[in-house]
Design a binder for this molecule. Structure first.
Ligand SMILES: Cc1cc2nc3c(=O)[nH]c(=O)nc-3n(C[C@H](O)[C@H](O)[C@H](O)COP(=O)(O)O)c2cc1C
Length: 150
């Protein structure tokens, strides 16, 4: 199961979360690739069996500008067999906490096989490690259900 973990991060919190998810996915036996969204070529999206999007939230519950092309690629490409997850870092001081995670969740639910979502307050803490382990488990469960993984 080739899994893409693609992330957007401005000040490093989301990058830490993406790295933690990468560690947990690798430990769970998934063949994962960790890539910053600016370095990801959208034409490869359909070549993965699974994809985890990791994003911060900007503005008033908005998607970061650099992740918009990826969002649109999910909407425009035939990916109904792709197992997906979305995770993100946000700040509870804002009324639309992790709004970008919610926007990806709704879109991925409609266009892919969405397995799991996760919201983390700012940088991941010790208590978030277990949540990341469970996130990886849920991705694998969904992939087994989709017969991508035996
Ligand atoms: C201008 C600005 C707007 C933000 N808007 C939101 C928001 O609407 N909702 C939210 O949950 N967090 C919001 N945040 C908080 C960031 O998403 C949060 O700090 C996140 O951890 C940043 O991730 P990064 O370190 O990977 O860049 C905002 C931060 C800034 C600076």
């Amino acid at each position: 199961m080739k899994t893409l973990i693609v992330y957007a991060s401005r000040t490093g919190n989301t990058e830490q979360l993406a790295s933690l998810l990468y560690e947990n996915c690798s430990e769970a036996g998934m063949e994962a690739e960790l890539i910053r969204v600016e370095e990801f070529d959208l034409k490869w999206l359909a070549s993965y069996a699974a994809c985890i999007v990791v994003t911060y939230t900007w503005g008033s519950g908005d998607l970061p500008r650099e992740i918009l092309p990826l969002f649109e690629a999910f909407e425009q490409t035939e990916l109904c067999g792709l197992v997906t997850g979305v995770a993100g870092s946000g700040d509870q001081c804002y009324p639309d906490y992790c709004g970008a995670v919610d926007r990806f969740r709704d879109m991925l639910y409609a266009h892919t096989r969405l397995a799991v979502t996760l919201k983390v307050e700012l940088a991941p803490q010790r208590s978030d490690k277990e949540k990341c382990r469970k996130f990886a488990e849920k991705m694998i469960e969904k992939a087994k259900g989709a017969a991508i993984l035996n």
